[in-house]
Design a protein around this ligand. Structure first.
Ligand SMILES: Cc1cc2nc3c(=O)[nH]c(=O)nc-3n(C[C@H](O)[C@H](O)[C@H](O)COP(=O)(O)OP(=O)(O)OC[C@H]3O[C@@H](n4cnc5c(N)ncnc54)[C@H](O)[C@@H]3O)c2cc1C
Length: 463
């Protein structure tokens, strides 16, 4: 396994990555992107085990509801890169299971690659979302055929791919790009039915980074995003060669959707689990700021917080149900229940804006305008800021200000905007979560229940 420092050094591998129009020469030392590298390096140090052949505890494949719960709880405490590596490994193993019957050799190739990746202790990011061009047209009908990643040449020893994958979390900080189709493909779309592993430093891979990291020089005013932030990568495959042993699907359009569906499950479980924690935090902030404002006993404030905590409880309940109703495969791996995972993630994403609306309504304008830490340290105005930001003897002005900073950072500034969009889009958007929920919902049972309720038993099984 690698230590944090070995991980830092491993990134000096000739990768071509850009930030704000400039090439990034040393990503580990970059003033902004380097902070994400530090978080990932801390993850390496945390899980480091010098025993030969050891595999990080975060990689453990759960075999029961209890182990799945332990993994989910563990992943709540790890950096994003470590988490997406786990989700990628689980995706690959899930997909191997699902393609086994048709492509046993490819399934074996995936499992061999996973074992090797665990041995090398590399970090993997997930390249699914294509640039997609005109959304109303199929990949093969685009004006520009490169809007979905595709195979442009075949050689005896591998394939050459071209295209771009967008919004890829932490792409520049990992070692491997798990490149899989964004959706199901149809006959005639063989060139787009490609799943493979691409090293970040492969010739032809170019990554443009964007980030919600605070640009303010005093990061104390950004208590959440100032400590950890993760850039998204715009990943371009400019005719990249991929050797055969790294190609998991090439052709077989009927199997293309399996990879994205397998990923969706793990992505949404991760999303649901962090949503459960974030919802709790929003309730906590609403209660704390209402107490600091002296309004916690007022009727309309209590009503809003009650609605928030009911939502938070429902999100937590779906997470519990997804874990408790997990399915164990013949290989002994436990998978969360699809319906609870997707329905919970959907509810959380769809109601995030309502939760934030209540919090903003309860908190007041200082969410945006509370003075910064440096103002509190100023000899002329600091004591006055503290005096007027305080509300009563038991509520110190700086404490209340720090609550406002945290609320602004989480919900109303760059990270806040990122949360608002990401909660909805990540894992495929609300639409995708609705489709998957519908797919796994027992509609026959619902119809039967309706017919029984209406005393129309004679129609059961006939309509
Ligand atoms: C911060 C962030 C991090 C992300 N991380 C990753 C990552 O690590 N890896 C990764 O692969 N992706 C990642 N995503 C991408 C995410 O999965 C996509 O944003 C999402 O799938 C939507 O795709 P899009 O952004 O291209 O939007 P669009 O596809 O343009 O969707 C916009 C809207 O149009 C609808 N729509 C699109 N096409 C159709 C159609 N044919 N018919 C009907 N409705 C349609 C969608 O449902 C949606 O409501 C991330 C996104 C964000 C914001």
């Amino acid at each position: 396994m690698m230590t944090g420092d070995e991980y830092r050094r491993s990134l000096d591998d000739g990768r071509e990555t850009y930030f704000e129009g400039q090439p990034v020469i040393d990503i580990a030392k970059h003033p902004m992107l380097g902070i994400t590298v530090d978080s990932a390096a801390a993850g390496y140090d945390r899980f480091y085990d010098p025993t030969p052949g050891a595999v990080g505890a975060f990689m453990h494949v759960p075999g029961s509801a209890k182990e799945l719960r332990e993994q989910v709880e563990l992943h709540e405490t790890v950096d994003l890169l470590t988490h997406v590596t786990y989700a990628s490994i689980m995706t690959l193993l899930t997909a191997a299971d699902r393609i086994e019957a048709t492509l046993p050799e490819n399934a074996a190739r995936i499992r061999a690659w996973v074992a090797e990746a665990q041995r090398r202790d590399v970090r993997i990011t997930q390249c699914i979302t294509d640039s997609k061009g005109d959304r109303s047209r199929r990949p093969s009908q685009q004006d520009d055929p490169d809007h979905y990643v595709r195979v442009v040449a075949r050689r005896d020893d591998g394939i050459v791919i071209r295209g771009a994958k967008l919004h890829i979390s932490a792409a520049s900080m990992g070692h491997e790009l798990m490149t899989i189709p964004t959706k199901s493909m149809k006959s005639g779309e063989e060139q787009y039915s490609v799943a493979c592993m691409v090293p970040v430093n492969a010739p032809g891979v170019k990554i443009i980074n964007t980030t919600y990291a605070p640009r303010h020089h005093d990061t104390r005013d950004f208590p959440i995003s100032g400590r950890h932030h993760t850039p998204e990568g715009f990943v371009i495959f400019d005719d990249v060669f991929v050797p055969n042993e790294r190609v998991f699907l090439d052709g077989n359009p009927e199997l293309a959707g399996i990879f994205a569906h397998s990923l969706g499950l793990w992505e949404r479980l991760g999303g649901l689990s962090s949503m459960a924690t974030r919802y709790e935090a929003l309730v906590g902030f609403a209660q704390l700021i209402s107490e600091a404002n002296g309004l916690d006993r007022v009727g309309h404030i209590k009503e809003k917080i009650s609605e928030m905590l009911i939502n938070a409880t429902l999100i937590r309940a779906t997470l519990e149900a997804a874990i408790e109703n997990c399915h164990v495969t013949s290989d002994g791996a436990a998978f969360p229940d699809e319906l609870y995972t997707n329905a919970g993630k959907y509810h959380g994403a769809a109601n995030w804006s309502l939760m934030v609306r209540h919090l903003h309504d309860i908190g007041g304008g200082s969410i945006l305008t509370a003075p910064g830490h440096a103002d509190f340290e100023n000899r002329q105005v600091g004591h006055l800021a503290r005096k007027y930001m305080g509300t009563m003897q038991s509520v110190d002005g700086l404490y209340r200000t720090r609550l406002f900073h945290a609320i602004r950072d989480l919900t109303a500034d760059a990270l806040g905007g990122w949360n608002a969009v990401t909660n909805i889009q990540a894992g495929g958007g609300l639409y995708a979560q609705r489709i998957v929920s519908r797919l796994h919902y027992d509609m026959d049972r619902a119809k039967e229940t309706a017919l029984r309720t209406g005393h129309m038993e004679e129609f059961i099984g006939k309509v």
